[in-house]
Ligand binder design. Structure first.
Ligand SMILES: Cc1ncc(COP(=O)(O)O)c(C=O)c1O
Length: 406
């Protein structure tokens, strides 16, 4: 299976606008992806022809809005192999993880308990657990990685103990690209009676995610990294956990019956969706799923494996140090690197003059930067609208940076 990048690129209006007077070379999709016309048009159509609040109005327009919103929930579930009932809309991965912190974890993690994360966490899957364990008098532990950026699975037995209540880890690292053996971790966690939270912010846009195969208890992902709008995301939860969990936020719509001093809760998933949600954004996220489904998950993965391999080869030729697994089958389309003594920020500024957008910095993973022994890295990340030509433009622009700093 192959993808016709020239055809796909035409779906993305952003490429019609030059960057610094040059054709745009967008290599920062791990941060946020570009949006295809199909998604933009779907949001416009919602506002132009279906807009009303959902689940409230007994009139046709509200029913149309509700159908669009619930249709998006179904698509977002399908994308990760889940029924729609397990899908809670949020603002994104960060909010989804915090929702688990303030509900299940708040009830089930106490003094003396342990929460296990990894050394490769994005701050979104670290700070909530720091806050929780500090508040509860629990201990936060970090499963180490090896020098190639792979999880030290040989240490799992040491790090998951009878005190472990929760294991939270990324399916794919936003810095190293590492794809983690989550099902294996989940089996060990469950054997110890712990629950598993998967941060799928980087995985969901790029590799097949199936909550049943992963056997996770919660999973979070964001719309904006997978061709959808900002302001939308998903928290998946195992149904029995969602049933017993308290609400995340209180307000309209999440209730069944309210008295002056108490209330009962709406059914799952509505119990977790207080107030007027980001309806148009959720509808746009559903359209993004449909766009990616049409391209095909396997084709996306094959394309990115090929491109990542090419990029790693070309970056190696420049003498850059590349972080993360050498074996592309163990990583996604994210390549972090450092070039000689050129600071990543300087590199990013120079390549920007050529219309090239790369990320430079700590990538919201400061503890991982310390583990790698660097303050920052540059990072190129790929998606369906990138191909080898983008990598070549980056490499040519980097040659100029090398010249400047020589
Ligand atoms: C691995 C990982 N987790 C979590 C997040 C946070 O996602 P969001 O900002 O959409 O909430 C990101 C975003 O970069 C990420 O890469």
């Amino acid at each position: 299976m192959s993808m016709d990048v020239d055809v796909i690129r035409k779906d993305f209006p952003i490429f019609e606008t030059p960057a610094n007077g040059k054709p745009l070379t967008y290599l920062d999709s791990a941060s946020s992806s570009q949006k295809p016309r199909q998604v933009i048009d779907r949001i416009v159509r919602f506002y132009e022809t279906e807009n009303a609040n959902v689940h409230r109005g007994a009139y046709q327009l509200s029913e149309m809005a509700t159908a669009a919103y619930e249709g998006a929930r179904e698509a977002c579930g399908r994308w990760i192999g889940s029924p729609s009932r397990n899908i809670i809309f949020t603002r994104g991965t960060t909010e989804s993880i915090n929702a688990v912190r303030f509900t299940w974890a708040n009830q089930n993690v106490g003094a003396g308990d342990e929460v296990l994360v990894t050394e490769m966490e994005h701050h979104s899957n670290l700070i909530p657990w720091q806050l929780l364990t500090q508040e509860k008098g629990a201990t936060l532990r970090h499963l180490p990685i090896d020098d190639e950026g792979l999880l030290r699975m040989d240490l799992l037995g040491e790090y998951i103990t009878e005190r472990t209540k929760l294991v939270a880890l990324p399916l794919m690292s936003n810095v190293l690209g590492t794809i983690n053996p989550v099902a294996e971790v989940a089996a060990a966690a469950h054997a110890a009676g712990a629950k598993v939270v998967v941060d799928a912010a980087q995985a969901a846009p790029h590799i097949k995610v199936d909550v049943a195969e992963l056997d996770c208890d919660f999973l979070a992902y964001s719309s904006h990294k997978m061709c959808g709008p900002t302001g939308a995301g998903v928290l998946y939860g195992r149904i029995e956990l969602l049933e017993e969990m308290p609400p995340f936020m209180g307000g309209g719509e999440m209730i069944r019956e309210v008295w002056a001093d108490r209330a009962t809760w709406n059914e799952v998933p509505f119990k977790f969706e207080a107030g007027t949600m980001n309806i148009a954004q959720a509808v746009g996220m559903g359209a993004a799923v449909e766009y990616l489904e049409a391209l095909g998950e396997d084709a996306i993965r094959d394309h990115e494996v090929r491109l990542t391999k090419y990029a790693m080869g070309r970056l190696e030729e420049t003498g850059a140090i590349i972080y993360g697994p050498k074996d592309v089958s163990k990583r996604g389309g994210v390549v972090s690197f450092n070039l000689d003594d050129v600071h990543p920020h300087d590199l990013s500024t120079i390549v920007d003059q050529h219309g090239v957008c790369i990320r430079a910095g700590h990538h919201c993973a400061q503890p991982l930067m310390r583990r790698l022994g660097v303050p920052a890295t540059a990072r190129a990340s790929f998606y369906v609208y990138n191909d080898e030509r983008d990598v070549d433009v980056l490499i040519d622009a980097m040659a100029e940076a090398k010249g400047w700093f020589a």
